[in-house]
Design a protein around this ligand. Structure first.
Ligand code: PLP
Length: 363
């Protein structure tokens, strides 16, 4: 039996007829960019998250860098961000010329709230939290720290669609929250996609102008913007999936529950649910000191796994200019050496999962 870490076809198949009907409708409409599908999806996604505005964008990285641009954060400014994240979070900061200031994660893979204040300087403008793997960060503490120091709070929710901290959705805490709809994400498109959420009318207007070449009215360009639009086909297909999002997330939570209950191996550290949160398991990430052996052992049994992420941003070639040396962020580096994402996707059968659990327990 062959088990992939993710099988997107299964997720498509669950809603195939609805998706195909919508795709055909849009193809036959003759309208492909900035139309009613986008407007409707934006309205519904904002409402689902309890926010006033959603602005569809081309992808998650655009959501991040355009956010810092629109907030006026750039050269000479610092943004506090957790060190263990996908590199896009950091690029969203550095594309604007701002400096990322890294904070180590806590045991739930989120930014360690106890270690934020020691990194605040006169140049700090914002804190970017990443609800990594679908586990919400410690939002009560972080909101409080940002308020006390007058910092903008931005959320990277690329992995946390529908997750909650004390009954409140991730994406409803930040002045702006950034989402990706990359196909593997919990709410995934059939191509690239992204968006931002905000309650601020002025910021919302700035995003709408920025994504369309800096223009509100055709050929009247008021700022140097970008071409970053969520197209009709993606918006329409996302809306189909949005109608089923609670089922999609519930299935992932059931899979995670079976792992929690079934995995018993002293060589493996399972992920933990932060108290008072709803974790949505974008990935189910275990840790193992003998990771390379485990990967090979599983591969020999037909089970493919992935590492999220093997090289932390500060050690990547792209960020050598920051001058952060190996060993300066030991928790992040330990996680990068030991984390392993085991299969987790919609349509993963119980039988397939039992086999994976048995094999890991026998390791
Ligand atoms: C996927 C992801 C992004 C980037 O999204 P894209 O749509 O691929 O540009 C940003 N941050 C995190 C944490 C992600 O997982």
């Amino acid at each position: 039996m062959k088990t992939l870490p993710n099988n997107l076809y299964r997720g498509y198949r669950q809603y195939a007829s609805e998706l195909e009907e919508k795709a055909l409708e849009i193809l036959r409409s003759g309208h492909y960019i900035m139309g009613k599908e986008l407007a409707l999806f934006e309205e519904r996604w904002a409402a689902y998250n309890g926010r006033k505005h959603c602005i569809g964008l081309a992808n998650g990285l655009d959501a991040l860098w355009i956010t810092f641009r629109v907030l006026g954060i750039g050269s000479g400014d610092e943004v506090i961000v957790q060190a263990n994240t996908y590199i896009a979070s950091v690029m969203g900061i550095t594309i604007n010329g701002a400096t990322p200031v890294f904070v180590e994660p806590d045991e739930y893979y989120g930014i360690n709230a106890d270690r934020i204040e020691e990194k605040i300087t006169s140049r700090t403008k914002a804190v970017l939290v990443v609800h990594l793997y679908g586990i919400p960060c410690q939002m009560d503490r972080i909101v409080h720290i940002c308020e006390r120091h007058g910092l903008q709070l931005v959320e990277d929710c690329a992995q946390s669609h529908s997750a909650e901290f004390r009954g409140k959705k991730t994406g409803s805490f930040g002045v702006v929250s950034c989402f990706s709809f990359y196909p593997t994400k919990n709410l995934g498109a059939f191509g690239d996609g992204g968006c931002v959420l905000t309650d601020d009318d002025t910021l919302a207007e700035k995003f709408r102008i920025f994504r369309n070449y800096g223009s509100q009215k055709h050929y009247h360009n008021i700022v140097v913007g970008a071409n970053s639009r969520l197209d009709e086909l993606q918006a329409g297909l996302l809306h189909v999936k949005l109608k089923h999002i609670d089922e999609i997330i519930a299935e992932r939570m059931e899979i995670a529950e079976r792992y929690h209950e079934g995995l018993h191996n002293s060589k493996i550290v399972k992920p933990m649910v932060r108290p008072e949160t709803k974790c949505v398991w974008h990935q189910y990430v275990i840790r193992c000191e003998e990771r390379e052996k485990l990967i090979t052992y599983l591969k020999d049994r037909g089970i493919d796994t992935i590492i999220h992420y093997p090289i932390p941003p500060h050690l990547s070639e792209a960020y050598q200019y920051l001058g952060i040396k190996k060993g300066e962020l030991p928790i992040t580096e330990k996680y990068a050496r030991t984390v392993l994402s085991i299969p987790m996707f919609n349509g993963y059968t119980e039988e397939e999962q039992r086999f994976v659990i048995d094999m890991i327990n026998d390791f």
